[in-house]
Ligand binder design. Sequence first.
Ligand SMILES: Cc1ncc(COP(=O)(O)O)c(C=O)c1O
Length: 461
Amino acid sequence: MSVQAPQAATRILLEQQEMPRRWYNIQADLPFPGSPPIHPATKQPIGPADLAPLFPMELIKQEVSQERYIDIPDPVQDALRLWRPTPLMRATRLEKALKTSAKIYYKYEGGSPPGSHKPNTAVAQAFYNKAAGTKRLTTETGAGQWGSALAFATKLFELECMVYMVRISFEQKPYRKSMMHVWGADVVPSPSDRTEAGRRIRAEDPQSTGSLGIAISEAVEDAAKREDTKYSLGSVLNHVLMHQTIIGEEALLQMERANAMPDLVVGCVGGGSNFSGLAFPFLRDRLQGRTKTRFLAVEPDACPTITRGKYTYDFGDTGEMTPLVKMHTLGHRFIPDGIHAGGLRYHGMSPLVSHVYELGLIEAVAKTQRECFAAGVQFARAEGIVPAPEATHAVRCAIDEALRCKKEGKAEVILFNMSGHGHFDMAAYDSYFAGNLADVALDEDEMERALKSIEGLPTPA
Ligand SMILES: Cc1ncc(COP(=O)(O)O)c(C=O)c1O
């Protein structure tokens, strides 16, 4: 009888008690701070009082905090332990299929109740709102992943939840709406006729497919009008990115245990939260001179915010209700094509991700939806998990980089974020197999038209 050599572990797990107990705030470690959000009327940096109608004070404090670590409150830890720590996986079957010398690891966030990384911040936001006496939260959702996450989290902390869901996703993914209903949320397609912003857009374009920018305007307007209601955002803001760093803190421990530190960390970017959540704890090590890890943010060709947008002050929403923030943007009136990665259809980028990109600490690339679905199918056939359309962008780049390693004869370690599963996206996979998916890259004229909405916007006084 021959004795086989031990196989490399493919599931690297942490015990429940090993779940990190604090979030990492990268603002403490950057060489200089990003540009502050400004009030469009005064051109002065906004203060806590400007944000107080929308967010509870604890989250406002986290937004501007320069503390390196913030403790995760016990009730939030309890809720996170419903599905955390999440597994780190070594994709040995994919490596074999690609015949690559690279080692591919991924952090799997699709095992949370709503199916993505989004509840990592949803439970924290619901907790701080409950503690501050909020009764009701409003939000937008693109893919439906964030809306589901907030519906779930508000149920845990006994809050009401109102979700404005981008109309095209509402139509593409009816069961996301059903899931939100199971958790007790109210969901309407956006633009809706419940808000002035929605009615205005519908009057201009009755066929509007909606966008995250429009849905944000509706959710903000709804919250601003009611005393008992606050607003919750699923990405973009500093505190949201910080809540997601639990992903990277876990992954650091797991990679150490696998005895493999990443040469490259990859994540898809919509507003930037799952990418930052995985990347920032590894970036801390690079900022402290301990590693030379590269970081790669992947966005859709149809909404190429970092790679083709402008780095400037813009509104976070279409209806011009938010403060002006400095970020990579395609213009707040830009309505991305109806690609299936609904969570990546945002005209802007997190100011923090934009800032680290400008500092030269991360790279960015844009991919078409067909090449991403091809990578998603290849991944599913090797590893089993069917990725969310958003996550296929990360898979695409992980595969491309593994093939580069093969060509160059390198054994680099690649780590990517599998930010969610695609179980509600099977119609998109059907369209891919039927050859009905279009690759719509943004042409220069459309870009210029979109960027016109930023011309003449105030910059800091
Ligand atoms: C599965 C999944 N991945 C990624 C994203 C993109 O968001 P972010 O860039 O904030 O991670 C979304 C957004 O809805 C999502 O649902």
